[in-house]
Design a binder for this molecule. Structure first.
Ligand SMILES: [Fe+2]
Ligand SMILES: [Fe+2]
Length: 476
């Protein structure tokens, strides 16, 4: 017997009623990692994929359902969930920090519910943290065997022999996003009950339990699930083999193993509205105890005029590195167009007030060739003089952009056999060697304990984790 369910995360849903076309919403979107204006259409495209799969009856959504705690957005989003339920499917959600507003300084959360106007934004009716459990009671808790009222976490039976515990991050939205003592007791009890009944347990929670890369928990530990070390211990002790997470917007699968060889996986799913947004398809085989995780992307966006572009190309051009990448061809030929293209990414006022300075500087950077870092790290990269000379033809910037572009998509582009790997690690190895002698405190503080700069770089160059961020089979 097999049982199939789907998971998507971080829709950051922005209803069409929440914005009018203009610089306010476009500026907000350019500064984000994901698409906001197209979030309803992207959500429809993904959920159509789920609905098309007759074998799947449940869709999980693990938080950051809407963009910033607006009731308008929540109501519009819930209407979409209701449409899925009307087709006889189950939808179970948890909420997270983007789902509630701190308007009036109620908590540490930084989000305020707004509607984007032509000239700016105006406040709209907020959803507060205490509103969330009643608001989404019918999307999980109502079907649950047990609900932890304080956090809104709940425990449901997916099928015979398989239990899902949806942990709702409790806390204040900044300095602690996890369960408090009472919630930890409830979670422990639920796992014990399931284990006692011979059920396999899987967890889902918004914030990461294992960081996508060690540098993440080192630099921004507050972004981790509050109490992630305790939860890791608990999962190992109780034999829970997998937790599904979101929040980082990164497609990533990592294994944690304790000193006794007990382990679990954190399957982090990229946000729906990233250029390579994915949804997980998860199939449990009750006979073998295997949990198979696969990933599905979308090719086009249903109901949206993308000018003939694929979903990936369209979404890539909206924000972040894509703005720079798509604007680079105009750097030397059409300065106003370049400036317009990188609005929100680079300081427009400075680009316009000192055009010569910026144009010269940026042109110099864009003219750099891979031979430069290859020469710098020659002693450590294993490249021959001829190979380095050949790299004079290869521009550096596109290779760097390719690494950055893959950060959210997972499965980095440059495994050890590639020339890019050799060039980039040659540079970091040289810096690591210098650091051994110089022991620069500021650099040491940036690195996770016991790690070198090369260690930090490797997971971005290629998948040195489980080998594939999109697929895995875990015996649970
Ligand atoms: Fe998010
Ligand atoms: Fe989040």
């Amino acid at each position: 017997m097999t049982y199939t369910f789907y998971l998507l995360t971080d829709p950051h849903y922005l209803a069409h009623e929440s914005w009018v076309e203009g610089e306010a919403v476009n500026g907000r979107e350019r500064g984000d990692q994901i698409a906001l204006k197209a979030s309803p259409e992207i959500f429809d495209t993904f959920t159509d994929l789920f609905l098309a799969d007759e074998s799947a009856d449940t869709l999980l959504i693990t938080g950051d359902l809407v963009n910033a705690g607006s009731l308008i957005d929540h109501n519009s989003f819930k209407a979409k969930l209701d449409a899925i339920k009307a087709k006889g499917r189950r939808v179970w959600v948890t909420t997270a920090t983007h789902d509630y507003s701190s308007q009036g300084g109620r908590d540490e959360n930084i989000f305020s519910a707004v509607r984007y106007t032509e000239t700016g934004s105006e406040p709209v009716e907020s959803v507060y943290k205490t509103d969330l459990l009643p608001l989404y009671y019918d999307y999980g808790p109502a079907d649950a065997d047990s609900v932890h009222e304080e956090s809104g976490s709940y425990s449901v039976k997916l099928c015979d022999g398989l239990r899902l515990i949806m942990i709702n991050d409790n806390g204040n939205g900044r300095s602690h996003c996890g369960l408090f003592a009472d919630g930890v007791r409830w979670l422990t009890d639920e796992i014990d009950k399931a284990n006692g009944a011979g059920e396999k347990v899987i967890l889902a929670v918004h914030h990461p339990v294992i960081p996508p890369w060690d540098i993440y928990s080192h630099m921004v530990e507050f972004e981790m699930y509050g109490g992630y070390k305790d939860l890791s211990r608990l999962m190992c002790e109780k034999g829970v083999k997998v937790v599904f997470t979101g929040h980082t917007h990164v497609q990533n699968i990592r294994k944690y193993e304790d000193e006794k060889g007990r382990f679990f996986y954190d399957v982090s799913t990229t946000a729906m509205g990233t250029p390579e947004g994915k949804m997980r398809k998860i199939t449990f085989d009750a006979d073998t105890g295997d949990l198979k995780v696969e990933s599905l992307g979308i090719e086009t966006i249903k109901g949206l005029d993308t000018g003939g572009k694929s979903a990936t190309d369209y979404l890539y051009g909206l924000n972040f590195i894509g703005l720079l990448d798509n604007s680079l061809p105009f750097l030397k030929t059409d300065w106003p167009r370049f400036v317009d293209g990188v609005r929100g990414l680079l300081p427009t006022d400075k680009l316009l007030s000192h055009p010569k300075l910026w144009k010269t500087g940026l042109s110099a950077v864009s003219s750099l060739k891979m031979s430069l870092p290859a020469k710098f790290g020659k002693k450590y990269n294993g490249l021959t003089g001829k190979e380095i000379k050949d790299l004079k033809e290869m521009p550096l910037l596109p290779e760097v952009i390719e690494v950055v572009r893959r950060v959210f998509a997972g499965n980095g582009p440059f495994p050890p056999e590639t020339v890019q790997y050799k060039v980039f690690t040659g540079v970091t190895k040289k810096i690591d060697r210098a650091q051994e002698k110089l022991k620069i405190k500021k650099l040491a503080a940036l690195l996770p304990p016991g790690q070198t700069l090369t260690d930090v770089l490797l997971p971005f160059l290629y998948n040195n984790r489980t080998g594939d961020d999109d697929n895995i089979t875990i015996h649970i």
